[in-house]
Design a protein around this ligand. Structure first.
Ligand SMILES: [Zn+2]
Ligand SMILES: [Zn+2]
Length: 195
């Protein structure tokens, strides 16, 4: 609930959508050891109830109880979340919890909030995923991710323990754990009708 409150505040801060309603829908577990994006999309097809209507935008967020099939625990590369359609995202909740529990400082809510906000940044088209950058700031090593130090749209926010490092650094500097958008990403958003 705390993460969803933070996510709602993030949307209100960055967009002109101020009237936001959350609907929770509990689903049975698909009982998988891992989930591909296609499987997540199939589950959405079976279960989604809300779609865009006139000026009302509907976002479907699936909190999965299995990790991404692209994870490689041996290499330490895991994925916390992903977007797969214009109004659809998945949060790999078991992975989020595992990562958060590795830190005594960072909370599950922090990791959930960072993942929700980061993935929504992708849905907003940031870093050339539909919203062309005003000034070049795409990471040459990570497509559609930002190269500005400390930005929410850095690739490490989405993958594995890079997130904990970034959060710990922020907390040591006396800031909140969850990064926000840097001024380049804000400029891009504003150029595309954001707040
Ligand atoms: Zn990302
Ligand atoms: Zn950025």
């Amino acid at each position: 609930a705390e993460a969803m409150n933070n996510f709602q505040a993030f949307l209100q801060q960055l967009t002109f959508k101020q009237d936001i309603v959350l609907q929770y829908l509990e689903l049975p577990s698909p009982n998988k050891n891992e989930l591909s994006l296609q499987e997540v999309a199939d589950l959405e097809f079976d279960n989604r109830t809300a779609y865009n209507e006139d000026n009302t935008l509907a976002i479907y967020i699936y909190f999965a109880d299995a990790p991404s099939d692209t994870d490689d625990p041996q290499e330490g590369t895991v994925t916390l979340g992903a977007v797969y359609r214009n109004t659809s995202m998945v949060i790999y909740e078991t992975t989020v919890r595992e990562i958060a529990l590795k830190s005594s400082q960072v909370t599950i809510e922090d990791v959930e909030t960072a993942t929700l906000n980061h993935e929504f940044g992708h849905l907003l088209g940031l870093v050339d995923l539909g919203t062309p950058p005003v000034n070049a700031h795409e990471d040459p090593n990570a497509e559609h991710h930002c190269d500005v130090d400390g930005c929410l749209m850095r690739a490490e926010i989405e993958f594995g323990s890079g997130l904990l490092g970034a959060m710990n650094k922020r907390m040591l500097a006396g800031k909140g754990a969850v990064p926000g958008l840097d001024s380049e990403c804000i400029t891009d958003l504003q150029a595309n009708g954001g707040r």
